[in-house]
Write a protein that binds this ligand. Structure first.
Ligand code: DQA
Length: 151
């Protein structure tokens, strides 16, 4: 019997809908639609389905992390890649949600957050992530999918 592919859930937080026209010197000129297309190609190469989302709302990100726990319980989740954007540096609620969901999760940032302002150098996500990818531009999304496939 044919088994349906597991899904990679990619969650993008606030202001990432502005990718391409937002501080291009930091984040590059590709749009979020370009990133989604890259992720779709990379997921197909690795035999995964893709579920790619963006929200500006902290509560929505938390609801999606909870959904990821349900997907994992159903055996259909390959892992979560989370670019929580600015909520990375502020959200205890997101930290608690990831801890509660106990899903395999890669924290991702397009920019090298450690080479930027001091307030970006603390992450509430890192202590509850399985791995962290940052500083590779939008190529980091493809690298993170490859990392999931190597598990
Ligand atoms: C970001 C880095 C965060 O510090 C920032 O708030 C973002 C994007 C990145 O992808 O480099 O919005 O997560």
């Amino acid at each position: 019997m044919h088994k349906s592919p597991k899904s990679v859930l990619i969650l993008n937080g606030p202001n990432l809908n502005f990718l391409g026209r937002r501080e291009p010197a930091v984040y590059g000129s590709q749009t979020l639609a370009d990133v989604e297309a890259l992720c779709l190609r990379t997921c197909s190469e690795h035999g995964y389905a893709l579920d790619f989302r963006q929200t500006n709302s902290e509560g929505m990100l938390i609801d999606w992390i909870h959904q990821a726990a349900d997907l994992q319980a159903q055996g259909v989740l390959a892992g979560v890649i989370l670019n929580a954007a600015a909520y990375t540096h502020t959200s205890v609620a997101l930290h608690d949600a990831i801890k509660a969901a106990s899903v395999y999760l890669i924290e991702l940032h397009i920019s090298n957050v450690h080479a930027r302002e001091p307030f970006r150098q603390h992450s509430f996500v890192s202590p509850v992530a399985n791995g962290v990818m940052f500083g590779f531009g939008v190529a980091g999304y493809a690298l993170a999918i490859a990392a999931l496939a190597k598990r």
